[in-house]
Design a binder for this molecule. Sequence first.
Ligand code: PLP
Length: 387
Amino acid sequence: MLVSSRIKNLSPYVPGEQPNDRVYIKLNANENPYPPSKNVAKSLIKFIKKHPEKMGLYPDPDSVKLNEAIAKMLNQSGGVLCNAKVEGKKVSPAENDKIPFTVTSDMIYSGNGSDEVLSFIFYAFFDSSKKFVMPEFTYSFYPVYAGYYNIPMDLVPLKDDWSLDVDKMLENAKNDDGGIIFANPNAPTALALSREEVRQMLEKANKDEIFIVDEAYVDFGGESCIPLLKDYKNLIIVRTFSKSLCGAGQRLGYIVANPEIIKTVFTVKNCVNHFPIDAINQTAGIAACNDVAYYVETSKKVVEEREKFYNFLVENGFYVTKSKTNFLFAKHPSISGDVIYKKIKEEGILIRHFATKGIDDFVRISIGTKEQMEALKKAFYKLRMKN
Ligand SMILES: *Cc1c(COP(=O)(O)O)cnc(C)c1O
């Protein structure tokens, strides 16, 4: 065969279904049910109508204005949108989320979705001689990239309550001389460590090894670790526009870290694809960051619907983890995850079921609009949950 030996060891990521055959209510990929801020459409139309010539020019290779806009948004929201306070257009962080320094644009690196950004981090800080410690169940893209770059993994099982086994992760990282990665809140379990718990981990972890916290879902009620960047130079925080910023189709993700780390990631970028974010996406990203108030509002709505659906599931006999995300991770004592997924799909709604052993009893339900969640309730009633 003409393929390299590397190809044989790869196991590709399996995304949530994106069907074209029928119109489903999509609650299977943790996308945001709300459109982006009107500011985004306005900026895009202006870009195309007023500056069509810019389509013929290369974009800013370093996305300087976008990184400035991201830094500003983080300072305004404290990095947790659903908790932020809004007065008119003025947004300020909740007391608990205040960042004890100003996030500056040299602490930001942005790329085509956090998936790309993660790939650059993996490339920059790991190789085949250095192990990656991660929870057994976490974002399933980490093992895919680790495989791609030939980075050995050390998977640590979750505890019985589905939380991270922090002590075991630290112990293994010590023994392996390795780095650590996890999502906080974690996926698909929806549970979060507090900032203080992460601080204690960082305190005990090897200070020379990279420690990555993926905050894809933190805007829905976790505690951001951005305040910890002041004390821990080995900390890398990864975030995305795909969930709380209603931009999964856009492909925009970013790193928040100390400038030294950001510089290293820029070096990788300049060796792979030096014009990573196209001009349209940079425009859309800046426009989104300039309307933080809108996303505070949509994040609060998602949280409200999540809490309602959590109660509904519990009332109907489900075990549900205490979610700090835009999804619920739930299992029923007698109906299997696979059956739930299939029956709900028959009703025209997609939720996610993982065939992976250990979590195959569960379904993962992304939180939609009020109307979508009402439709989902009706579909669940057909399951005869109480018999
Ligand atoms: C959705 C998700 C991402 C991916 O984000 P993109 O920016 O769309 O690539 C990263 N990490 C976690 C934990 C996620 O759930």
